[in-house]
Design a protein around this ligand. Structure first.
Ligand code: GDP
Length: 463
């Protein structure tokens, strides 16, 4: 009896501890964050009723009673536009929701019956789940904290990539004859910074991911603010440091240094301090298939960007973030999104390819002892698998409706199980099209393995 009382008391303490979870969703632009969060909320709203969540034990065992949106705690974080997203998906024809462009939040109260009922436990429990969505681009700024303006400038080299140089051509011309010692002219600096931001925008449109600073791509409410009006000076050399540092405050160089420092202190650090530090769990979404479709240079660029992005999670005691404050993410999922772009027998390859792409960061996470799960999923399906007969053989294919409304049946190609080699790119064996989202079925968005992600991210809290 005593033992069971002790167990009960432990249980109560656990309950207190488990009542709240802050789960963050990130990924680079168009990786599928908006679709993921919309579907996640939709599935949990319909949990225990119409939603298909068999891979989440609490749902499979009939213990999950559903979820309700409640008022969020952080009043200064915009609300995730769930209703707007659903309205787009419910349109005729269904449309993909507008992507979010900054941080947003939504709070759910999830009601469930515990797996083991005890003396003091009433029948149901509640977990409040705070969901955050923020751009992965913001995490690309972490390395900036290790640089001062001069060393950052030097790390921004354009020499190795003619294509990148072409994308930044206007900005490169503008800084060609810029003398760092000259008197700063506000409007000229603003113009050059705008050309730099334009270059970043072009690079992103061209499919590049490894781009800094992150807020230049997604400025949110900082659009046009002087803090975003700086740019690197790749031509300055470390050997000029003493000379540069003794330039007057009003020089171009010193003005750029001040803005760079301001960016770090007022934008990069506060994100980590005010938001990132409070996340309990994190899912990182990766559009592996999109990069595979875009060719070798973009694919490698994605790999570099992910290497940088993941540095924010693999903190050990000596990590930069741990020195600034103590982050607490104790579990991580990485997911290859839009799995419905390939036929189901390719999904295994998609996961091994994701793991290969993230091999380095995964090793760091292992070393930092942070549990991580890699998976592939489709938040909102746009295709149905179908088998077709060709020359007497059964072949897997996908059926969907293109964004222009054309019905289409295709085999998009094989996903390489490892990092693709030159022969893969020569064959150009992968073609992928954007399809319209499938409509809701009984109120529920059709998905693939969103329940696996949910199980990893919050299944233990629903025990
Ligand atoms: P975000 O910028 O990270 O918020 O990305 P979104 O969620 O807006 O997704 C970008 C685009 O990817 C969408 O407009 C869709 O075209 C596509 N997409 C996202 N999720 C899925 C999915 O599960 N399946 C398919 N087929 N396409 C998806």
């Amino acid at each position: 009896m005593r033992q069971s009382l002790a167990n009960e008391i432990n249980d109560l303490i656990e309950r207190g501890r488990d009542r709240q979870l802050r789960l963050a969703v990130t990924g680079l632009s168009r990786s599928g964050k908006t679709a993921f969060l919309t579907s996640l909320v939709n599935q949990l709203r319909h949990a225990g009723l119409e939603a298909r969540l068999d891979l989440l034990p609490a749902a499979r065992e009939g213990r999950l009673l559903g979820a309700k949106r409640i008022a969020q705690k952080d009043l200064d974080v915009p609300r995730f536009p769930y209703d707007e997203a659903l309205a787009a998906l419910d349109g005729t024809p269904p449309r993909w929701p507008e992507p979010t462009r900054g941080i947003s939040e939504l709070r759910l109260a999830i009601r469930y019956r515990p797996a083991r009922r005890g003396l003091f436990s009433n029948n149901t429990r509640e977990l409040s789940l705070d969901l955050f969505d923020y751009p992965g681009e913001w995490l690309l700024d972490l390395p900036l904290l290790q640089h001062d303006y001069l060393s950052w400038s030097q790390s921004q080299t354009f020499a190795h990539s003619p294509e990148r140089r072409a994308l930044f051509a206007d900005w490169l011309t503008a800084i060609e004859n810029l003398d760092p010692a000259a008197e700063a002219d506000e409007s000229r600096l603003a113009d050059i910074a705008a050309l730099y931001a334009k270059g970043l925008g072009h690079a992103r449109e061209a499919g590049f991911s490894n781009l800094q600073p992150g807020r230049f791509l997604l400025p949110g409410d900082l659009e046009g603010a002087p803090v975003l009006q700086f740019f690197p000076l790749p031509a300055v050399a470390q050997s000029d440091r003493t000379v540069l540092e003794s330039l007057p405050e009003s020089s171009i160089y010193q003005t750029l240094v001040r803005r760079y420092d301001h960016y770090l202190q007022r934008i990069v650090k506060p994100f980590y301090r005010n938001h990132f530090r409070h996340f309990d769990r994190q899912i990182v979404l990766v559009d592996v298939l999109g990069a595979l479709n875009a060719g070798p240079e973009r694919f490698e660029d994605l790999s570099r960007a992910l290497g940088t992005l993941m540095q924010s999670f693999a903190y050990g005691q000596r990590h930069l973030l741990s020195r600034l404050f103590s982050p607490r993410i104790d579990r991580l999922a990485i997911a290859a999104t839009k799995a419905d772009h390939v036929t189901p027998e390719q999904h295994g390859n998609l996961v091994t390819l994701l793991e290969a792409l993230l091999a380095e960061p995964l090793r760091d996470l292992h070393f930092a002892d942070i549990p991580v799960k890699a998976l592939s999923l489709a938040s909102i399906r746009a295709t149905q698998p179908q088998s077709v007969t060709q020359d007497g053989r059964q072949l897997p294919a996908l059926r969907g409706t293109t964004l222009d409304g054309e019905p289409s049946l295709l085999f998009p190609g094989d996903v390489p199980p490892q990092l693709p080699d030159a022969t893969f790119w020569q064959r150009q064996g992968f073609a992928f099209r954007a399809f319209r989202p499938l409509p809701r079925n009984n109120g529920v968005l059709p998905h693939i393995r969103l329940d696996t992600a949910l199980d990893w991210l919050l299944g233990d809290k629903l025990q």
